[in-house]
Ligand binder design. Sequence first.
Ligand SMILES: [Zn+2]
Length: 432
Amino acid sequence: MNVRIPLLTSHLLLLTALMPSPAGAQSKDRALEHARKLLRSTPLIDGHNDLPWAIRESEKAPRDVAAYDLRTRTTGHTDLSRMAQGQVGAQFWSIYIPGEIKDSGYAKVQLEQFDIARRVIALYPDRLALALTADDIERSFKRGRVASLLGMEGGHAIENSLGALRSYYDLGARYMTLTHNVTLDWADAALDSTRHNGLTEFGREVVREMNRLGMLVDLSHVSPATMSDALDVTEAPVIFSHSSARALTDHPRNVPDSILARLPKNGGVVMVTFVPAFVSPEVAAWEAQAKEQENAIKEAVPDTVDQKRRFEEWKATHPRPTATLRQVADNIEHVRKVAGSDHVGIGSDFDGIDTVPEGLEDVSKFPELFAELIRRGWSDSDLKKLAGQNLLRAMRAAEATAARLQKTREPSTKTIEQLDGKGTSVSGKEKA
Ligand SMILES: [Zn+2]
């Protein structure tokens, strides 16, 4: 440039540049730059995103994959441009189905969710690529595609059938949460009644068959007793695709320290989630109170319109607290402290949550979380493990376990009746 800056002005500019930046703004940018650079070199693998269900339930065009155009800005937390901004390297798309649908059959809805997720992946071949193995994740990352994996949410989907489990593996499922929010015939859920005090014998057989297939056993949503039983029986690393630390927020969906302490031996990964009520004790307490209030109103007021109005009034005078990015970082640090840096990952639950932590509003914000950890002194090595190296290691171990087991073990044909004595107990009753 030929523009001459008067001497005095140039000195002032120099002085300004040398002065410490106000409120650490400069260090923030430096940490963010650092985070962005790091996430270009190692895939960020997110454990849980509910986009397929958001598409199914979309108000404008339910189940219409093309209408829910990821090339434009969506009303949800996820689209292609924000994923690129958030430097998402791989995504486990949740193929969730509610455990509460009893009459229409789980298989139909589960298959439809596979179909939606696989059509989303196929629709954007320049941006997404189906991934079935850890190698696939790394290959897609190198080609600049978001490696897209499928994770089943809720063992109710297999309807007590190991044959169904195997078929879902063949359709691409690479993890399954043993339960969702409903306790099953073979496993207790975190948010439902205790029926078995963990896993039944058939539940253990489900874990063994998942090991043989190479499907990751996902312990998000199960009760601590189920977590413990699964850790006893599994021969491969487990994951928690979207859970946080119970020591920090006493929510039943979180992982207790006693379980975190078992992860080094198992090799598993807790993918810390952003769900506000799981990372903020204030939000958890508010939600519990709101639920109580809602129930009390339902008992006291017969009319449903009045019920709604009364509840809205209560909420207006009891505003919901907000979780923060710092609280998510606290959870990540707690898991690292108790389980170790080899056992922590990230599982946002974007598009599966109504509210988000301040600072983690959508999929574009992941680098901000890494910047926060960089400011807290995390090493590049630990940050890479958190981003995805831990998940890759666990997945490779699960694949190796499957290869080993398939040499000696046939597909299990055991039934829940054989293993848990359902039916035999009925005839026993008749005799008594
Ligand atoms: Zn969930």
